[in-house]
Design a protein around this ligand. Structure first.
Ligand code: BG6
Length: 478
């Protein structure tokens, strides 16, 4: 493998999302989001945790940006909370909401940190869910475009990187197929229909951005889980093809090529679940794909895929407790199932730790789409402990170092990689796993309630990574 460095100007970043860090869920005129509602339903999140206060970033953003500056961060990815700007999803603008993000963006740029802004990281205004069922209705396209235009007009001068949607694949799967996120539905047709609408929103907003001539770059971030076959057997290799056709390529082709893959269409048509795609949709999606500047990739793990007979497993249990081994096999009967890979280590939440999967996935994306990539999330969720004012998270350092090295290998193999954002900057609310699953470079003392920030060992290490433009990861074998 070639040893390659990172290009000059590489965006060494770190990321967060509004609902997971801000708190202040009712402050200064913010309207309720579907997550404010969901966390109040019994049994929906780990031990009933919610983001009412979270890391209180809304009130502590100056301190947080101060830490980013100390770290030498080049880019900070965060999301705007739609219901802070439009408490009802549309109509009257809440100026205090705009003011908060204006201040945050100013604080970042004044400290030499590039803001990377996500417009939607899952906190849909509850009012739009109530009015027309949120993502189930095409009405959301105009309301989202109006919200996006408001943000472009307000922040366009200072923000050069925009991510329209964060992981539309995850919020539609969990919200409409697996009933684990709001609005808690479980129906294949509705899942595919809402996913189609997310693609229309993405394309509409990308087009709007370009037509209005805003400077900068725009794309969306998809969660990408590349996969291997469990064995060389013909049936496992077929399962792998099914996985890509109905999963990865299904989800990404419509954003990056403007059309669904043929094999996936066949399958979903037979299953009676193919979304309606009009000629106007096709034209819009194709245009959106042409105009998007980059693909955001959230990479955490790979999957290992095996044959799953027609009477095989469906969706199994998800490990949200951190008790290793509680995740069960899951799959789509007749298509594929995902199995544990004996050659790979797993986290306490049963996520496969596979740095080379990142290199492999980036190369697949290069072949298929040829788009520049921004890694908008990569990180390790773990139990951390605060001991005498320090957090010794060597395991996180090892994880990140190996993934950064995998990025450098992908670059050496021709991938155009613009940046890398660790997930996450501070510890935050993990949607289904509460506060015990920590990702941050900065520890937040949720247990005592002081929310005190403590720099973890990984913070000091990432500071050196940035200062050396990634070189220290190429030199050390971890
Ligand atoms: C991504 C999301 O799915 O993964 C983040 O964009 C999320 O919001 C992250 O926190 C890690 O997932 P989890 O479930 O461990 O918090």
């Amino acid at each position: 493998m070639n040893r390659a460095g990172f290009p000059a100007g590489f965006l060494w970043g770190s990321a967060s999302a509004a609902y997971q860090v801000e708190g202040a869920y009712q402050a200064d005129g913010k309207g309720p989001s579907i997550w404010d509602t969901w966390v109040r339903l019994p049994g929906k999140t780990f031990q009933g945790a919610n983001g009412d206060v979270a890391a209180d970033h809304y009130h502590r953003y100056r301190e947080d940006v101060g830490l980013m500056k100390e770290l030498g961060l080049k880019a900070y990815r965060f999301s705007i909370s739609w219901p802070r700007i439009f408490p009802q999803g549309k109509g009257k603008i809440n100026q205090a909401g705009l003011e908060f993000y204006k201040n945050l963006i100013h604080q970042l740029t004044a400290n030499g940190i590039e803001p990377v802004v996500t417009l939607y990281h899952w906190d849909l205004p509850q009012a739009l869910q109530d009015e027309y069922g949120g993502w189930e209705s095409r009405d959301i396209i105009a309301d989202f475009a109006n919200y996006a235009k408001t943000c472009f007009d307000a922040f366009g001068g200072q923000v050069k990187y925009w991510i329209v949607l964060n992981e539309p694949n995850i919020f539609t799967q969990l919200g409409y197929l697996l009933a684990m996120h709001p609005p808690g539905k479980s129906d294949l047709r509705t899942y595919l229909h809402t996913y189609h609408i997310t693609a229309l929103v993405h394309a509409t907003v990308v087009k709007l951005f370009k037509e209005q001539g805003h400077p900068g770059h725009i794309g969306s971030s998809i969660a990408f889980t590349p996969a291997y076959p469990a064995s060389d057997k013909e049936e496992d290799r077929r399962a792998l093809t099914n996985y890509y056709a109905t999963n990865c390529w299904w989800l990404m082709d419509i954003y990056c090529k403007g059309e669904y893959p043929a094999r996936g269409k066949e399958y979903y048509t037979q299953a009676g679940a193919m979304p309606q795609v009009s000629a106007a949709d096709r034209e819009l999606l194709r245009r959106g794909a042409e105009l998007a500047d980059f693909l955001g990739v959230n990479y955490y793990q790979t999957a290992t895929v095996a044959h799953n007979p027609i009477d095989g497993v469906g969706f199994g249990a998800m490990n949200t407790s951190g008790k290793k081994g509680t995740q069960t096999e899951n799959g789509v009967p007749g298509l594929y199932k995902t199995v544990f890979n004996p050659n790979i280590e797993y986290t306490d939440w049963d996520w496969a730790i596979d740095p080379d999967g990142l290199r492999y996935g980036l190369l697949q994306l290069k072949e298929r789409y040829g788009l520049p990539v921004l890694i908008s999330e990569n990180g390790l969720g773990a139990f951390d402990s605060l001991e005498q004012g320090r957090v010794h998270d060597q395991y996180r350092i090892d994880f990140l170092a190996k993934h950064i090295r995998a990025c450098s290998q992908a670059i050496a193999q021709g991938v155009e990689l613009w940046g890398y954002c660790t997930w996450s900057f501070t510890d935050l609310f993990s949607w289904l796993n509460g506060y015990q699953k920590r990702y941050g470079l900065v520890y937040v003392d949720f247990d005592s309630g002081t929310l005190q920030r403590v720099k973890k060992d990984s913070f000091y290490w990432y500071k050196e990574v940035i200062a050396s433009n990634g070189d220290i990861c190429l030199e050390t074998e971890g």
